[in-house]
Design a protein around this ligand. Structure first.
Ligand SMILES: Nc1nc2c(ncn2[C@@H]2O[C@H](COP(=O)(O)OP(=O)(O)OP(=O)(O)O)[C@@H](O)[C@H]2O)c(=O)[nH]1
Length: 384
């Protein structure tokens, strides 16, 4: 995913934040407009009208305080919408200035769907429509001052219904489009970070994880280690059994890594037939034990391809952040160890653990003779 696509996704994901901003701007400007019209009403001696408008402005201010103390955005939005709904009903009942207050109703449907979602929007709009029906049909009520002709009422209802339905459709389409974009973005993100063949995280994803683990180490001193693994003589597997068989081997190899890794570990395809495992909160000795467990598991594995049974081994280079000053040094050191493992005949973990002191019997592979190099580890204690 390109940086631009990533920014778009972040923008979509933060839609809630932009809705909140819009609501606050509208609340602020609504309060200012209410104060201005309220002052005008005051000058014209429309005292009740002025009082309602000033109360509305004060309500917007109170809502800001509620948000400040509760940090509850939903409460803020509900309070805001119900305040608007009530003032709209008042404007319809009183007629507002020059009997035009009812016209403000048209702004409500698109706005309510935009900020509160479709279900809540529908229930709010329905409540207001019922309120309007009461105002139109019970003109004798003391709060109903305005009077509307039957023609006006019919046209008002028809046009408002049109606005409600249309706003609903447009907002539903907008929400569907956003959720589709988010899904597509996630798929792109997954594809950009996953190896297609093995379904393990790819090099790019592993780099990001290494960087965040290194930052954690710098902040809190949490140790971590890496195991760099390479399938031995993989070219021969390709040459002897074919490229498709090689692909099957890579997939089975990845499965074996998944099996051995703990929940907190990450195994990634580092490139070709090379894999990297990140082991958070793991010192060198534990990482070596894990690498040894993996090496043995792989050496016992039999991959079936058609009628063929393919056996394989792996070489591992292990390094802990404790013995590297930064990520590049860590990876370089793991690579050097892997190179040594290849030089020493493959199917081996480097650095090596002193067999009698460090390696438990479960790691000894039947039939594998211990070599002189198995019995010592130069400077091992420094690496722990
Ligand atoms: N089937 C298959 N082969 C791949 C893939 N990626 C890389 N390879 C092959 O992996 C082989 C790696 O060969 P080399 O780098 O010579 O290493 P090797 O044969 O494993 O030898 P050592 O590492 O020294 O033990 C090459 O032949 C690549 O073509 C893949 O996705 N699928």
């Amino acid at each position: 995913m390109s940086d631009q696509q990533r920014e778009t996704l972040v923008g979509i994901a933060s839609n809630e934040a932009s809705v909140k901003r819009v609501v606050r701007w509208i609340a602020a400007s609504g309060a200012v407009v209410a104060v201005m019209i309220g002052l005008r009403s005051l000058m014209l001696d429309h005292l009740l009208h002025a009082a309602v408008l000033f109360s509305f402005a004060a309500t917007m201010l109170v809502n800001e305080f509620i948000l400040f103390f509760s940090r509850d955005d939903d409460l803020y939005k509900s309070f805001f919408l119900w305040s608007i709904g009530l003032i709209l009903l008042y404007l319809a009942a009183s007629g507002g200035e020059s009997n035009t207050g009812i016209l403000w109703f048209y702004v409500f449907p698109p706005f309510v769907f935009y900020i509160s979602g479709l279900k809540t929007g529908l229930s709010l709009v329905a409540t207001l429509m019922i309120g309007m029906l009461l105002i139109f049909n019970f003109e004798n009520l003391s709060i109903v001052v305005a009077s509307y002709s039957a023609d006006f009422q019919i046209r008002f209802f028809s046009t408002v219904m049109f606005v409600i339905v249309f706003s609903y459709i447009v907002d539903k389409q907008r929400r569907d489009a956003i959720s589709q974009l988010v899904t597509i973005g996630k798929l792109y993100e997954y594809a950009a970070r996953t190896d297609e063949l093995t379904k393990l995280p790819n090099r790019r994803d592993m780099r990001d994880q290494l960087e965040s683990e290194f930052s954690r180490y710098q902040r809190n001193g949490h140790h971590f280690s890496v195991i760099l693994l390479d399938i031995d003589h993989f070219k021969q597997i390709n040459d002897n059994y074919g490229h498709d068989a090689g692909d099957v081997v890579l997939t089975k190899f990845a499965d074996a890594l998944r099996d051995v890794c703990r929940k907190m570990d990450t195994a990634a395809r580092w490139g070709g037939e090379e894999f990297l495992i990140l082991l958070p909160d793991t010192k060198l000795l534990e990482a070596l034990a894990m690498a040894e467990r993996l090496r043995i598991k792989i050496s016992r594995m039999e991959v079936t391809y058609g009628q063929q049974t393919i056996r394989l081994t792996t070489s591992c280079g292990v390094c802990s952040i404790h013995s590297a000053k930064d990520l590049s040094a860590l990876l370089r050191q793991a690579d050097v160890s892997l190179y040594q493992a290849k030089l020493r005949g493959r199917n081996i973990v480097i650095p090596q653990v002193t067999r009698d002191r460090r390696v438990s019997p479960e790691f000894s592979e039947p039939g594998r003779k211990s070599q002189a190099s198995d019995l010592e580890l130069k400077g091992f204690d420094d690496l722990l």
